[in-house]
Design a protein around this ligand. Structure first.
Ligand SMILES: Cc1cc2nc3c(=O)[nH]c(=O)nc-3n(C[C@H](O)[C@H](O)[C@H](O)COP(=O)(O)OP(=O)(O)OC[C@H]3O[C@@H](n4cnc5c(N)ncnc54)[C@H](O)[C@@H]3O)c2cc1C
Length: 507
């Protein structure tokens, strides 16, 4: 008999991962059968970054029934149409990874092949002319998708920037409003059954919390998954050498850009995330190539506006746990792994782990599994691994395909070994302009094309079926697509004005 009654779920950690998990579980699981407790330590605190997102976050908020204007007002958020990469391929060169597509596929052939024909012939039209999100971002424009429109405005793809602390706060209100028992205390001891499953945690306030399922959202250290259950870590520092960041917010700028800026420097890169009340800034670098005090000084010199707080350092190792689910413990968030923030994937990894957990949700018999495995656990771990690996490759691409010669750091990246899976994708594109999306991978062909093209990869040829279209027709089609994008962009209001009218945050 299945035993689903009175299942006790204990979440350890109250960062974005803990509160996203608590909000989703409290919303989806019937209260009568599930008792949710979240324990967080105010002394330890959270990483409090994670302010740029990708479009999937909207589905998460929609699943919870969150009102978008209220959410953006509370978190002092802005809209995001993509990421602008400055100086990555070479100094002075820029490109964007937009969230929306370029043009339309014709004769079953992806649009970029029709564009590549011009590029290979040496008279290219700027690629941004064919993508509404790209051209709108460059012109500081934003509006919601206009579902009735017959233009690209109908399906505009967007995400958010928001204050990470306020997002956790927002979700805390939501989760506690849905019955989550919130305890502020430190977990001092973790107790296990004889079979290795976790039975309870002892807290600094003297309480002991028993559970059937434990969710480890305790951050990098992985209090339950690593420190208690001993799950090892796959370390990817040889491919992703940046292991540190200096974060320092500054005053907001007059114009709110609807995109994140990632600007490459001699020893790493700097993020710029526009929020309503401040600019989020950070400098990501490798501690093998740059000491902390110089990193702090470099960021201070390059802040776009006056600093609002002291700089603080964050440290990590890129990689993931070998298993994110072991026994009756599921690790979500930084406890499960981390890939540096270049493509804003941290919160997305949390969201997909939550959805995967809900899809494979156990009953109380999970406690009996002990150190063993079952098909649900294996499936969860397999898909988690695949997701991490695909994102890892995508992020490595930005570093590997650079032509900068101004520092040892960029030279290292150019010459470092890369995973075979990435090598195969780069070879395919360089040989024939083809881009293939593997199974469930997060980033689609458009994302891969954006970055491969932006990072200077040049295919030798384009799809042969492009030649089936008379040249005159091809040129006419490209012109008409660019014209339609321009027309749609001109209908969009200024991003800052739109925000003011849609969701000005309460002062
Ligand atoms: C430099 C940097 C930039 C980033 N930028 C982005 C971005 O732009 N976009 C994005 O999507 N993601 C980004 N991320 C990732 C994102 O910040 C994280 O995925 C997200 O914040 C989740 O963190 P977490 O909740 O797992 O861990 P944390 O925020 O570290 O929270 C851990 C929680 O566990 C609690 N805890 C720990 N030990 C105990 C204990 N013994 N007892 C009780 N409680 C305990 C802590 O108090 C805390 O509440 C970035 C990360 C870094 C490092």
């Amino acid at each position: 008999m299945q035993d689903n009654k009175n299942m006790r779920i204990v979440i350890v950690g109250g960062g974005s991962a803990g509160w996203m998990t608590a909000a989703a579980l409290s919303h989806i699981l019937p209260n009568a059968n599930h008792h949710l407790t979240l324990v967080e330590s105010s002394a330890i605190g959270t990483v409090s970054v994670g302010e740029a997102t990708i479009p999937g976050i909207r589905e998460f908020n929609q699943m919870l029934g969150i009102d978008e204007a209220e959410f953006l007002g509370f978190t002092k958020g802005t809209f995001k149409l993509g990421i602008a990469f400055h100086d990555w391929y070479q100094k002075g060169q820029r490109y964007m990874h937009p969230f929306g597509p370029y043009g339309v596929n014709m004769q079953g052939v992806p649009f970029h092949h029709y564009w590549l024909k011009d590029k290979i012939k040496g008279h290219e039209t700027p690629i941004q002319d064919f993508c509404l999100e790209y051209t709108a971002a460059l012109n500081n424009k934003f509006c919601h998708p206009q579902r009735q429109s017959r233009s690209a405005l109908a399906n505009l793809k967007y995400a958010y920037h928001f204050d990470a602390l306020l997002y956790a706060e927002f979700l805390k209100k939501f989760a506690t409003g849905h019955g989550v028992n919130h305890i502020e205390a430190d977990v001092k001891l973790v107790h296990q059954h004889n079979n290795g499953s976790i039975s309870s945690v002892s807290l600094s306030n003297g309480q002991q919390i028993n559970g059937d399922l434990f969710i480890d959202c305790s951050g990098f250290k992985g209090l339950l998954i690593a420190k208690t259950l001993g799950v090892e870590f796959d370390d990817w520092r040889e491919y992703l050498p940046c292991d540190s960041a200096i974060a320092q917010p500054s005053e907001s700028l007059l114009h709110l850009a609807p995109y994140t800026i990632s600007r490459a420097h001699e020893h790493g890169w700097q993020w710029q995330i526009p929020l309503q009340h401040r600019m989020g800034n950070g400098f990501v670098y490798s501690s093998d190539f740059l000491p902390k005090d110089i990193a702090v000084a470099k960021l201070a010199k390059r802040l776009p506006s006056k600093a609002l707080e002291q700089a603080r350092q964050l440290k990590w190792t890129n990689g993931k746990r070998k298993m994110a689910w072991k026994a009756n413990c599921v690790a979500i968030g930084l406890a499960a792994g981390f890939i540096e923030p270049l493509e804003s994937t941290g919160l997305q990894l949390i969201q997909s782990a939550i959805m995967r957990l809900l899809a494979l949700f156990p009953d109380k018999s999970i406690v009996d599994i002990g150190e063993g495995e079952n098909a649900d656990i294996r499936t969860f771990n397999r898909y988690t691994n695949e997701e991490f690996l695909a994102i890892r490759d995508f992020v490595i691409l930005h570093y590997k395909a650079n032509q900068r010669d101004d520092s040892e750091f960029w030279q290292y990246c150019q010459h470092m070994a890369i995973p075979d899976s990435l090598k195969a994708k780069m070879e395919l594109y360089e040989q024939s302009g083809h881009v293939f999306r593997d199974n469930n991978e997060l980033f689609n062909e458009i994302s891969w094309f954006s970055v491969m093209n932006g990072q200077g990869l040049r295919p030798k040829r384009y799809h042969p079926l492009v030649e089936n279209m008379p040249e005159e027709q091809r040129v006419k089609n490209l012109k008409s697509i660019a014209g339609a994008m321009q027309e749609a962009m001109l209908q969009m209001p200024d991003h800052g004005d739109y925000l003011k009218q849609f969701c000005k945050s309460p002062s």
